[in-house]
Design a protein around this ligand. Sequence first.
Ligand code: GP9
Ligand code: MN
Length: 659
Amino acid sequence: MAQPLQTIGNRGLRAKIDAVSRIKGFDLLLFFVLMMYKLVLFDRFVKVPNMAMSVDDVFVALGTLALVCFWTLWLPIRGRILALTILNVVLTAIVYSDLVYFRYFQDMISIPVLMQAGQVGALGDSIGSLLSARDIWFFIDWPFIIPLVIYLILRKREYQVQLSFAQPKRLRRAVVRMSLSLIIFATGVTLVFVPINIAKKTWAVGLFVGNWWNMSLYNVTGVIGFHGYDIYRYANEHWLHDNTIPAAAKNEAKQWFEERGNERKQLESDPLFGKYKGKNVIMVQLEAFQNFVIGQKINGQEVTPNMNKLLGESMYFKNFYHQTSQGRTSDADLAANASLQPLMTGSVFIRYAQHEYDSMPSTLKDNGYTTSVFHAYDGGFWNRNAMYQTLKYDTFYSKKSFTIDEPLGWSLGDTSFFRQSVDLMKKQKQPFYSFMITLSSHHPYTLPESYQTLNVGSFKGTIFGDYLEAVHYVDASVGKLVAQLKEEGLWDKSIFLFYGDHDNSIREWEPFETFLGKPLSELDRLNILKQVPFVVHLPNGDHAGVYDQVGGQLDVTPTVLHLLGISTADKYFVGTPLVTEKPLAGKKVVLRDGSYTDGKIFYIPPDDGKPEHSKCYDVASGKLTDVKACEAGVDPARKELVESDLVIQHDLIKEFKKK
Ligand code: GP9
Ligand code: MN
């Protein structure tokens, strides 16, 4: 009897499927091909500049896939097909979630992000706009492989026959499968770890210690490798080590912070405490802006003419230090807004964004302020999306909030950045706290020819000359910012302040000496490297002048809150207010490496840890002096670092506040 056409067709298809599925290792091959295609697709879609997939990245991606699937060979054929399909679905979901998250946050999803309530949820309303029709390419295989797998699994009998081979054959097959799985595992390890180790030793030195952006990790590890590393990183920091600390250590930390709080409490009787109650706070963190350029001229031209003018009506702290470590910009931000010492390794923004902190934005928010932070770069950089939520800003205006109408360097030119930021802040409910982080003067400082308006003479074309040009441009941008704040009527309603985040990483001293016209001693060099300007403009130009008392970034928040009359006695801050009628006696600035200065002496700890190799400078003469003159301050400086680290790493602020 003639069979219906359809059945014949089905039979033909079935026969083909069966034939293909009998090709040894076809399922594994298919898994690799499909997943590689999706990983390449992810890379194409995120398209981070200078991070396109290289040959090494392809090896790493293949290696991570091998490590994810090698164990499926232990399973009988049907189990293996099912496991590979589940892996495909799960990995596709992870890769695609990363893509959607990246489109909003310019970052990868990490464990701290998943644990941070609201971070992924923040996508909520925007989710529609984050999906694109071309995303269908990630799922294009599912309508084929899922029914195929169901079909193959249902064809139980066929496979039962395959599996009912005689006992010795079974053993042999098991041995073959185990060996194959071992080979795949070993290949995976090699493909992943060889290129990563080479990168770690060459162009990505320090990436895994002081990493600055999950995308930079992704650039070396790929998507799957990133998540593997992220799990390891989190487990290592939170579970693998015994993180409990003795109650006595906690009490000591609490006591230390309480004593600091008391010092600030004493200053509440100062006449300046609360003198500017209710004023807006507009604060600028300037990229790589060092103090040595302030007031300097080159070939008769002022390097920072606008700032020099502003200094005439502002408080200028000329012995002010940045206190940053490996976390660079993010460390400066932490120091200035949370008044805690950055960690020795890595960035607190990345490592401990899920912990609790007292901060300028959270304190001001509690006091009725609208709080925002502005930075025209990818929001995921330095893990800002997560950290700014932790610090309790109302709004983070990252690159996507700005129109790139003045493309410059990494992103948007500071002039336009300031203009657009003020346009946003002027609409806010007052009083407000607005924190702006600039970017145009970022290493390597090269500006287009048309932006080079300073005659740097013999420095032309050198990194030092480019730095001076960049600083000159930033100065002009600050000048325009001040003019706009005046036009908008915000100038005298606000405390305006700025400081530099860290040094410019130029380590040849010859151009500095030529520029400053004098040889530089070790102490001079240290001061040049560590000092950044700190300028506070108070309404009506009150208290303008040059102040030589020492201070550092950790003092910024206590200073602002002091002027606004908000007590910080019970806050877990390290710093003390700098703008007081009488400077705090015995004030010391402690730098991350354990060096400290009180303005009279400058202590430098020994490189090799041997106390006899430490150095003590007499600041007035610039000469080395007896180490004994510095001794008394060494332990207190170390203690400040230890207690600050303890509080950050063990989330003690949360614990202390519960009690
Ligand atoms: C980028 C900017 C630069 O967002 O903060 O950071 P840096 O490299 O100076 O630490
Ligand atoms: Mn920086």
